[in-house]
Design a binder for this molecule. Sequence first.
Ligand SMILES: Cc1cc2nc3c(=O)[nH]c(=O)nc-3n(C[C@H](O)[C@H](O)[C@H](O)COP(=O)(O)OP(=O)(O)OC[C@H]3O[C@@H](n4cnc5c(N)ncnc54)[C@H](O)[C@@H]3O)c2cc1C
Ligand code: FES
Ligand code: FES
Length: 486
Amino acid sequence: MIQFLLNDQLTSIDSERADLTLLNYLRDNVALTGTKEGCASGDCGACTVVIAEASQSGQSSDTENPLSYKAINSCVTFLSALQGKQVITVEQLQTGKALHPVQQAMVDANATQCGFCTPGFVMSIFALYQQNEPVNRADVITALSGNLCRCTGYKPIIAAAITACHAERDLADMQQRREVANQLNAININAENSTDNLCLPRTRQQLASFIKQYPNALLVAGSTDLALEHTQQLKPLKKLISLSYVDGLKRASQQNNTLSIGSACTLGDIQALMLEHFPSLHEIIERFASVPIRNQATLGGNIAGASPIGDMAPVLIALNASVILDNGASTRTVVLREFFTAYRQTQLSQGEWIHSIEIPLLKPNQHLVAYKISKRFEDDISAVCMALNLTLDQGVVTRLSTGFGGVAATPAFCADLEQEIVGKIWKKSECVDAGKQILTSAFTPIDDVRATAEYRIQMLENLWHRFWLETNAQDNAIATRVIQDA
Ligand SMILES: Cc1cc2nc3c(=O)[nH]c(=O)nc-3n(C[C@H](O)[C@H](O)[C@H](O)COP(=O)(O)OP(=O)(O)OC[C@H]3O[C@@H](n4cnc5c(N)ncnc54)[C@H](O)[C@@H]3O)c2cc1C
Ligand code: FES
Ligand code: FES
């Protein structure tokens, strides 16, 4: 039985279709129709709801926020994701006749016209409001990265969000949050977790046993890829095994010079850790989908899906990362650049799952970049992605690791480029010329709705040139500073 709070109602699910989305459950089963369906693919934000989870410590101090709040897209969420959580829909916000401060600010700023997108915007802003932290315009724009409005325009919506997030908070709210956290903790302890069609294992042994018992069941993590098979391709998904509650899969840690990231960690969970160690990845991580998708999408799901246009595989290939594969009895390590075998095929065997991703940390003489070319700045998949990790010793290239997306049937690297450049003086223009020449013919990309093959090849050349200019400009800036300091 899956148990969660739906607003303030304890809700139990014994037997439901595995592929019932939270959006359809809300609208069709319990008539909470304030949550809207726009695209059913995570792109528009009309279906945004907020998930509250009890803080990890279990015990919260008087000042600590006992719940964490995250906006998610209910159209790409299955009920398996809800165990022990609170789902907050737009219906919950109003108290009696009084609008919530976020709703009131939207009214006051004339931030709505047809109103179809409004509940989604309100819920994204509500998630930000609930964090009880000072916010600026950039924070608001990030929080709204998954919401589209086709008639009002964003200016009044952003103004409303800033006003709401600066409003004085109701102190009684903290007491209510503690009560909700206690209810959620009670669910986690007492509930028996699986239903007819949704298996929620807690240990690797249980996970292995479910996979053995139901060989046709699909593994699900954040469901942001898998749900589309149902909502867009109308495939029935009869039985799902969730990775979200398995011990160790949601843990991220640093051991010696390696980051170890559990496969079920979401992009949102690991964003701060990744940026602490790899600050140059800020653009690619912040442009990975939208906040609601990053709150669900896992690193393991991004790699296991083996999409040739996924963003993290090229980056992790360039970082020389490995994946740890598990089958419940033993584990094995596979270097990521050897993991992808054909279009959407990997080295995962029947009964195996990705346990974690191991990423070596950078040394001071390594330069890492990741470039993403897409049509929409936020919430869009790459047309081309390029990640480069260059090691220099006194200006001479000692190693280059590459990663590419959007140019082959799998996430790729370019061995010819990696070999050609080693031993060369990076400043010399022969590096940029040789790289461009190799990249012109290294891949045979396809034409599709995102870009033509010709455009993709041109992008490879341009991005390589940009990398050469940027790294040399950085070195020149450092050299100039050293001369000035001296
Ligand atoms: C609107 C939208 C925008 C997006 N934007 C981007 C983007 O900018 N960049 C990008 O790269 N992707 C993007 N995606 C794709 C998607 O969000 C990512 O690929 C995400 O990381 C998938 O993770 P998940 O946890 O949701 O996977 P799921 O959907 O749960 O699973 C995907 C597949 O992987 C398998 N799987 C999951 N975890 C494991 C595991 N640990 N071991 C073995 N198999 C596993 C599942 O069985 C399934 O086949 C976007 C998706 C949407 C809907
Ligand atoms: S309906 Fe468009 S994001 Fe869910
Ligand atoms: S108010 Fe009509 S789409 Fe936003």
